[in-house]
Write a protein that binds this ligand. Structure first.
Ligand code: ADP
Ligand code: ZN
Length: 207
């Protein structure tokens, strides 16, 4: 199955993507993870995108679309994939439509106050990239692999606000998938497992 996860930063898209990919054995394609990997390794791409990400802006479409296109062409995506963090605007949605047949676009939704609370407590694993929250941390280590955790630069409060303001999911993206009859909205629950029950209700009809 080919799944797109939509929703605001901090809604738990990345976490849901991880759980889906584990259960259904699919590659998890996160544009944010690809960018962070490239920034950490100081690649050409990393240098190009760093300033956008640090200021809470979107990376330009021509850069982002090309990266996703290349990634989806790799062999492991033949069985399907979960796209996390892409598309974020109508241009990206239309571009994606030209190179992939999406089965479902699932929006994980959450209100703004809760987003700020979650992002300010978010910690990322240095080793495996797993996102988690202060409330869930044991001994300050990643629950999945035991790696050290850190605060993402763009999870600092002023950047979080910029991201919420500049990166609201546009209604036309929702309409795009609604018109195709493949849009679903799921309210983020207080735990990832409860949220996943709702997500999986949608997926099990596809599998
Ligand atoms: P979150 O979902 O928590 O906002 P991501 O890890 O998905 O974070 O993305 C981090 C940053 O990478 C975004 O704030 C944005 O600058 C950039 N980015 C990720 N995906 C895209 C995209 N599809 N288009 C443009 N920029 C993107
Ligand atoms: Zn980890």
């Amino acid at each position: 199955m080919r799944i797109v996860l939509l929703g605001p930063p901090g809604s738990g898209k990345g976490t849901q993507a991880n759980i889906i990919c584990e259960k259904y054995n699919l590659p998890h394609i996160s544009t944010g993870d690809i960018f962070r990997y490239n920034i950490a390794n100081q690649t050409e791409l990393g240098k190009k995108v760093k300033s956008y990400i640090d200021s809470g802006s979107l990376v330009p479409d021509e850069v982002t679309i090309e990266i996703v296109k290349d990634r989806l062409m790799q062999d492991d995506c033949k069985v399907g994939f979960v796209l996390d963090g892409f598309p974020r605007n109508l241009e990206q949605s239309k571009a994606l439509d030209l190179f992939a047949n999406i089965d479902k676009a699932i929006m994980i939704d959450l209100d703004d106050d809760e987003i700020v609370r979650r992002l300010s407590g978010r910690r990322m694993c240095r080793k495996c990239g797993n996102p988690t929250h202060l409330d869930w941390l044991v001994n300050n280590k990643c629950e999945k692999c035991g790696g050290d955790v850190y605060v993402r630069d763009d999870d600092k409060e002023d950047v979080v606000r910029a991201r919420l303001e500049k990166q609201k999911l546009p209604q036309n993206v929702i309409d795009f998938y609604r018109d195709k009859g493949i849009f679903e909205r799921v309210e983020a629950d207080e735990t990832k497992d409860k949220t996943f029950v709702k997500v999986d209700r949608i997926l099990s009809k596809l599998a």
